[in-house]
Design a protein around this ligand. Structure first.
Ligand SMILES: *[C@@H]1O[C@H](CO)[C@@H](O)[C@H](O)[C@H]1NC(C)=O
Ligand SMILES: *[C@@H]1O[C@H](CO)[C@@H](O)[C@H](O)[C@H]1NC(C)=O
Ligand SMILES: *[C@@H]1O[C@H](CO)[C@@H](O)[C@H](O)[C@H]1NC(C)=O
Ligand SMILES: *[C@@H]1O[C@H](CO)[C@@H](O)[C@H](O)[C@H]1NC(C)=O
Ligand SMILES: *[C@@H]1O[C@H](CO)[C@@H](O)[C@H](O)[C@H]1NC(C)=O
Ligand SMILES: *[C@@H]1O[C@H](CO)[C@@H](O)[C@H](O)[C@H]1NC(C)=O
Ligand SMILES: *[C@@H]1O[C@H](CO)[C@@H](O)[C@H](O)[C@H]1NC(C)=O
Ligand SMILES: *[C@@H]1O[C@H](CO)[C@@H](O)[C@H](O)[C@H]1NC(C)=O
Ligand SMILES: *[C@@H]1O[C@H](CO)[C@@H](O)[C@H](O)[C@H]1NC(C)=O
Ligand SMILES: *[C@@H]1O[C@H](CO)[C@@H](O)[C@H](O)[C@H]1NC(C)=O
Length: 342
């Protein structure tokens, strides 16, 4: 201890003409002389750390936040269809567990069938601030991107119990005061389908005294089960009715707007009385229960046949047992049904 102090004192004494400076003093001197070097090194270091965060880490984080979010479809609608456009309504919720509440810019989203490279429709998603659950509501007149893809979509939606839809797009994302970055959207959404309209039924059927709308000689009600969340304007839907390949007439569902749930709709029918009378002569149908095959023919909206709805509907054949007994009794033809049937 003492020796050290002595040495120090000795050094000061020896080097009196070229004084050695203490470290802080030397640092100060160096700083004054080389301030610019330190300054630029500091700036470079900051850039080396900050730039990758802002331009690599942050976009990756932003993309990860989007990737980890999910979408649930609450309801959707196809309204006012024309052969090349329709009003698309979609209500969905973006779910995110991220604590980053980003501002998502408006962007164009396209709907695809999974694994398809071609979209069938594109719509503009509004700008939203994302949270834990963010509701988004869209109602837009959209033009059809590719009719063939829309037909496929309509057929899948009609025939499936559940099906997947892919939503893709690219848009801006802004987090706090960080610069805007671009993110890719690619989400698969599961939706309930119409399940082949299973459970379709004719719940009321009466003969008309006078000719009704659409040349009808009968009218009634049909129940169309719609387990999906879709509301669909199908316009005037016509179908043919056959019993064991014998054409017995046609039906029209006027101004059909298919709603979710088990709803009933008005129907008008034009039946060939001669053909029905002939069937009732056959032992299989003598009690008046006709196993009808109802095959949709077309969907006409505002005087225009809607090709995508027509093609999808034509693929469906609905079997329903129609008991014409009550309608005949009501019209005073009860005698056509033998007593032993009751
Ligand atoms: C986001 O998901 C896509 C696939 O949809 C993947 O290619 C990409 O690497 C993911 N990005 C990040 C940052 O996780
Ligand atoms: C959020 O976290 C909950 C609970 O861990 C989980 O059930 C849910 O799937 C997560 N949601 C998303 C969008 O990751
Ligand atoms: C969406 O696409 C339309 C037509 O290409 C364009 O006019 C519109 O600016 C786009 N919107 C956004 C938010 O990119
Ligand atoms: C949607 O736009 C198309 C083409 O511009 C038009 O023909 C159609 O009438 C529009 N539909 C509605 C419901 O406004
Ligand atoms: C979208 O994501 C799916 C599955 O995550 C992937 O298979 C597909 O290649 C992606 N498509 C695009 C265009 O990124
Ligand atoms: C609709 O009817 C079907 C049978 O036709 C039944 O299974 C289903 O539970 C009904 N749904 C509702 C919401 O009543
Ligand atoms: C169809 O409706 C009729 C009349 O309401 C009813 O008697 C019949 O049981 C129904 N059929 C089915 C399969 O629900
Ligand atoms: C239904 O059949 C009647 C009689 O054959 C016919 O006048 C009518 O135009 C047909 N309706 C449809 C929509 O095919
Ligand atoms: C009605 O059915 C009978 C017997 O099947 C048939 O001969 C006749 O041509 C049909 N009438 C019409 C208008 O289709
Ligand atoms: C259905 O047909 C009737 C009678 O032809 C017509 O007045 C009505 O506008 C049509 N509905 C639609 C949605 O086209």
């Amino acid at each position: 201890m003492d020796k050290n102090q002595d040495t120090t004192r000795q050094e000061f004494a020896d080097g009196a003409d070229v004084p050695k400076q203490s470290f802080p003093a030397r640092l100060r001197r160096s700083c004054v002389r080389f301030w610019w070097l330190y300054f630029f090194s500091f700036v470079a270091l900051v850039l080396v750390i900050v730039l990758p965060i802002v331009y690599v880490g942050y976009p990756t984080l932003a993309q990860k936040t989007i990737n980890r979010s999910a979408i649930t479809l609450n309801s959707y609608a196809i309204r006012h269809p024309t052969p090349s456009s329709f009003d698309l309504g979609i209500d969905y919720t973006i779910l995110s567990n991220s604590s980053n509440h980003a501002n998502l810019d408006s962007y164009n989203a396209s709907l695809y069938l999974p694994a398809s490279e071609n979209s069938f429709v594109t719509f503009e998603v509004p700008a939203v601030k994302s949270g834990k659950a963010t509701d988004v509501s869209i109602d837009q007149n959209v033009t059809i991107d590719l009719p063939e893809e829309l037909v496929k979509f309509c057929m899948i939606a009609l025939e499936s119990d559940t099906y997947d839809l892919n939503v893709r797009g690219r848009g801006g994302l802004k987090l706090g005061s960080l610069p805007r970055t671009s993110v890719k959207y690619n989400k698969t959404v599961q939706s309930k389908g119409l399940n082949k309209l299973k459970g379709f039924n004719i719940t009321r059927f009466s003969l008309l005294q006078d000719t009704g709308p659409f040349n009808a000689n009968a009218e009634g009600q049909v129940m169309i089960p719609n387990p999906s969340e879709i509301t669909l304007d199908a316009g005037n839907v016509t179908a043919t009715m056959r019993v064991a390949d014998t054409l017995i007439g046609n039906v029209t569902l006027p101004d059909l707007t298919l709603k979710p749930g088990n709803e009933t709709y008005t129907m008008y029918a034009t039946t060939n009385q001669t053909a029905v009378g002939g069937l009732l002569q056959q032992s299989a149908y003598r009690c008046g229960v006709l196993p009808l095959d109802v095959t949709p023919d077309q969907s006409v909206y505002d005087g225009q046949m809607i090709p995508y709805l027509t093609t999808a509907l034509r693929a469906a054949t609905l079997r329903v047992d129609l008991d014409v007994g009550p309608a005949l009794a009501e019209a005073g033809f009860g005698a056509l049904i033998p007593d032993d049937c009751r």
